[in-house]
Design a protein around this ligand. Structure first.
Ligand code: UTP
Length: 296
């Protein structure tokens, strides 16, 4: 069955970005001139997923508004004949079939994904974290879908991280396969200490999941941080083999956790530098700025 549904959890509190996220979702923070969430939806659509379910919560109305029409703005731009901006405003409205469900309390990523059960039904689906941007030149999600097409299993994206960072991620125990960059995940642990970590392969924010994940999530009790962890349900699938077990695609490209302040700044600098319209001027300013040791 081809995968057409994408689930985007965006109901977290974004505490690492306070006070900016007190009244505004972190997924709406702009990366140059588009909110982070739009890059994520564009990535899903680029990978062939046309049905997007966003998991939202209180304070998250801006997310729905961004993907809806703004008729007042449209008529002002039309009157001015500003076709370029009108196209940009239309783009987010017509990207995909958008659906929303609320997670009443942010009880963890696993809890958020479980809210998608009614919409997804019993079919495989993709999950893209709403604050995690993968560089648009990468084709990670498409590759994960290909791996799933060849061998039905739940697929996680893995990235090597510095051992000092393993306590921030779900970490995988893996076995290599004949397929370059594809591994079988035999176990997973959420946020281990550097000493207890079985590897430095961290689970990052893209998943292709078999529907068996819903059964596993129903059974999952609160774990690390008192939250229902998606990693714990995936560990269940990896060790029981339910739904074909868990495979991993090792990703070596660029990604940014825009919920982390430093990563967010890096995302803006990279995206701006690579833009055709802003890049040349921005890069030359950046060069001068660094030359002046930040005093410019
Ligand atoms: P994070 O752990 O990065 O989100 O979750 P957070 O809890 O908002 O972050 P901090 O630590 O407080 O800054 C990754 C993704 O999962 C979503 C978030 O919105 C984010 O896109 N999420 C997390 C939910 O949808 N619900 C939750 O209960 C937790």
């Amino acid at each position: 069955m081809p995968i057409v549904k994408a689930v985007i959890p965006a109901a977290g509190l974004g505490t690492r970005f306070l006070p900016a996220t007190k009244a505004m979702p972190k997924e709406m923070l702009p990366v140059v001139d588009k909110p982070a969430i739009q890059y994520v939806v564009e990535e899903a659509v680029g990978a062939g997923l046309t049905d997007v379910l966003m998991i939202t919560g209180r304070n998250k109305n801006a997310l729905e508004n961004h993907f809806d029409r703004n008729t007042e703005l449209e008529s002002v731009l039309e009157r001015k004949g500003d076709d370029r901006r009108l196209r940009e405003v239309h783009q987010s409205t017509h990207l995909a079939n958008m659906h929303y469900v609320r997670q009443r309390d942010p009880m963890g990523l696993g809890h958020a994904v479980l809210r998608a059960n009614m919409h997804v039904g019993w079919e495989p689906f993709a999950v893209l974290l709403g604050d995690d941007i993968i560089d648009e030149r990468e084709d990670l999600l498409r590759r994960m879908i290909e791996v799933h097409d060849k061998q039905p299993a739940s697929i996680v994206a893995l990235q090597e991280v510095d051992p000092s960072q393993v306590h921030l991620y779900g970490i995988a125990t893996v076995e290599h396969t004949e397929d370059e960059g594809v591994v079988r995940v035999t176990d997973l642990v959420e946020k281990p200490s550097a000493d207890d970590a079985p590897s430095n392969l961290a689970v990052i924010g893209r998943y292709v999941l078999q529907p068996e994940i819903f059964d596993a999530l129903e059974k999952t009790t609160p774990g690390s941080g008192g939250e229902i962890q998606l990693t714990d349900a995936l560990k269940d699938l990896a060790t029981s083999g339910a739904g074909g077990g868990v495979m991993g695609v090792v990703f070596k490209g660029l990604r940014y956790d825009t919920g982390d302040r430093l990563d967010y700044l890096k995302a803006i600098v990279r995206v701006a530098s690579n833009r055709e319209d802003l890049g040349p001027d921005f890069r030359s300013w950046l060069h001068e700025f660094i030359g002046s040791e930040g005093r410019l």
